[in-house]
Ligand binder design. Sequence first.
Ligand code: ADP
Length: 257
Amino acid sequence: INGCFAVYGREKGEAEGVILVLQDVTEQKELEEMRKEFVANVSHELRTPLTTVKSYTETLLEGALEEKELAVSFLQVINHEADRMTSLVQDLLELSRLDNKQVKFNMKLINLVQLVAESVEQHQIHALKKRQRMTFHSSIEKFFVTIDPNRIHQVLSNVLSNAIKYSPEEASIDVNISQEEECTRVSVADTGIGIPQKDLTRIFERFYRVDKARSREMGGTGLGLAIAKEIMEHHKGKIWAQSEPGKGTTIILEFCK
Ligand code: ADP
């Protein structure tokens, strides 16, 4: 807390009172800290692939270019790192647009059950590549809600691909829709690695990952759930996680009328 003093008097030198101004700057300080941490994270995330690109390029220029097979594998690494940087920059731009309210939400009255069914269908193909079984079940046929279908599809895509990514081969992923009075919940339950209790709320923070190395290796930017949370908040909806480490994770999206 900052203190500020003011002394005043009717005649010169005559102090009549003291005004003490107290201003709570905790929030300001926290915001400043978050901003600094964010810049540090972005720099780190970009520096890592750039270092790789630089060292592989140098090795190629120093002679590896002569060995065709080696050169091709080096170029594949460079290409992969460039893709990672592109995803990162795209996600950063998306977050910045959401922060600055530059994203135009195209709100429409949509049957959420159908939208979820379509998203699941699109991801079943990816799950199959890991021989995982992705099922969909809804206790209701229709739930009409005003949403931006593309944005909600984006949220579902992130949650469904995470379920695939963080679950082993042959795991099962169950997508379920249930009705709770005025609200509808979409849950995505996987049988993957799970998330420790202490990280359950933090995974929605920008760049927060339970296992940094593992997430990067899998091509994650660490921004997907932060974007999903922003989008859900714009819809006055909620997103949260439940998990048992080693057993699996359930991500729940709630939409209310
Ligand atoms: P990333 O690009 O790293 O996947 P996200 O923002 O989508 O970033 O998720 C943040 C972190 O939350 C991930 O790095 C991972 O540690 C954890 N996480 C998200 N979904 C799951 C899941 N279904 N199972 C286990 N961990 C998960």
